[in-house]
Design a protein around this ligand. Structure first.
Ligand SMILES: *Cc1c(COP(=O)(O)O)cnc(C)c1O
Length: 396
């Protein structure tokens, strides 16, 4: 038996997405820019996908740009605002310390080009406040970018309120909504965002495709030059199978949002309850303001990597944090941003559920994690020092 509990890293593609994609390979393989019938059929499928995606986000089809995924959308959004800012001599950007690396590394590159970056501190509960954003905005601020929901600790930020602050100050607002779309209600108008990134493989769509929503009238910076696809905003022949698969997955996720969330919240809360019984442990991120499927714990005196390997042997696919940084021994920048010290951050476990997970699976996970944590602690010299009082416990 295998239990997949790493849905924040990527999800299994849905049947709806697959069924929407197959005709694009077998019959509907034309280039949407071609004038013949095959091309026009492809163009129609592309237009329909764009309409469906726009309907899910509450915007118009013209405001949707298809990209190669969340990372590209983040890059394009931030570089657009930076370019517009530079033309008005505004080179200050506000973000947070626990963004995805697609945002953080883009900001680092801009810093080398002379931009000034303010990274807001994240509170211990994994949240930033609209007041923090308001206080950080300066006359030369050209962009605020704050993620909708964090990919490691799952906390959901007050995006609509932050957007309101930005609007009042006349500053562009971008949100990386890769973890949010398809999981919680997202509406670009109600959320007061100017630009938003999303990625299909985080909601049961294919990998390698995403969207940048850009408010009407915003002139996007090109990352890729070439043909005039995407109304000149992103060159390259459209990845029609992936785009059509994404639209199908998104439609399905949006239609079942509430029931899926209710199911996952039930499982999540049971998981949190069960894992809290393990001594010297702590839940990372706010208990309430978190994604329906996200559970993230630190266990004192163990190493996350060993925990993951043993859980994998027991049939459970989990993560210690972000898939993009695991494999490196550095503790997660997200947990450090929440104020966890290195020793504690090293012992982290992220379990991210989807609507297909079951109560039985959750019970098995609780039992297995408790067992493995105990086994690892019994072998750890650090744990011995803690128990003997040579070192002091940090958690409870
Ligand atoms: C996965 C993820 C990304 C990157 O998306 P890709 O489509 O894999 O490039 C960006 N931001 C967040 C929050 C993510 O979880």
């Amino acid at each position: 038996m295998r239990i997949y509990a790493d849905n924040a890293a990527t999800t299994k593609m849905s049947k709806a997405a697959l069924n929407a994609m197959l005709p694009c390979f077998e019959e509907n393989y034309g280039n949407p820019s071609s004038l013949h019938s095959e091309g026009q059929r492809a163009a129609e499928a592309l237009a329909k996908a764009r309409e469906d995606v726009a309907a899910c986000l509450g915007c118009t089809a013209r405001e949707i740009v298809f990209t190669s995924g969340g990372s590209e959308a983040d890059n394009q959004a931030i570089r657009t605002a930076a370019g517009l800012g530079a033309r008005q001599n505004k080179r200050h950007i506000i973000s947070t310390a626990f963004e995805h690396h697609a945002v953080l590394h883009t900001l680092e590159a801009l810093k080398k080009q002379g931009y000034e970056i303010t990274l807001l501190d994240v509170h211990e509960n994994g949240l930033v406040t609209p007041e923090q954003v308001r206080e950080a905005i300066r006359p030369d601020t050209c962009l605020v970018t704050v993620m909708y929901a964090n990919n490691e600790v799952g906390t959901v930020q007050p995006i609509a309120e932050i957007g309101k602050v930005c609007r009042e100050a006349g500053v562009l607002f971008h949100t990386d909504a890769v973890q949010a779309v398809g999981h919680i209600p997202v509406n670009v108008k109600a959320d007061n965002v100017d630009m938003l990134s999303l990625s299909a493989h985080k909601f049961h769509g294919p990998t390698g495709v995403g969207v940048l929503y850009a408010k009407r009238g915003l002139r996007l910076e090109h990352l890729i030059s070439g043909g005039g696809q995407e109304r000149g905003k992103r060159a390259g022949t459209e990845n029609l199978p992936a785009i059509v698969g994404m639209a199908a997955a998104m439609k399905e996720a949006c239609e079942h949002l509430e029931e899926n969330a209710a199911h996952m919240i039930k499982l999540r809360d049971r998981l949190i309850e069960g894992l809290s019984a393990i001594p010297h442990s702590v839940l990372n991120g706010d208990r309430e303001k978190r994604l329906p499927g996200n559970v993230n714990f630190c266990f004192e005196g163990i190493e996350g990597e060993s925990l993951l390997l043993l859980l994998d042997d027991m049939g459970i696919a989990a993560s210690s944090g972000s898939a993009c940084t695991s494999g490196s021994l550095d503790p997660s920048h997200v947990l450090l941003a929440l104020g966890r010290v290195h020793d504690i951050a090293h012992g982290s476990l992220r379990l991210t559920l989807c609507e297909e997970n079951t109560e039985e699976e959750v019970e098995y996970i609780i039992k297995s994690v408790a067992e493995v944590v105990e086994r690892l602690r019994s072998m750890s010299p650090l744990w011995r020092d803690l128990v003997s009082g040579k070192r002091e416990f940090i958690l409870k």
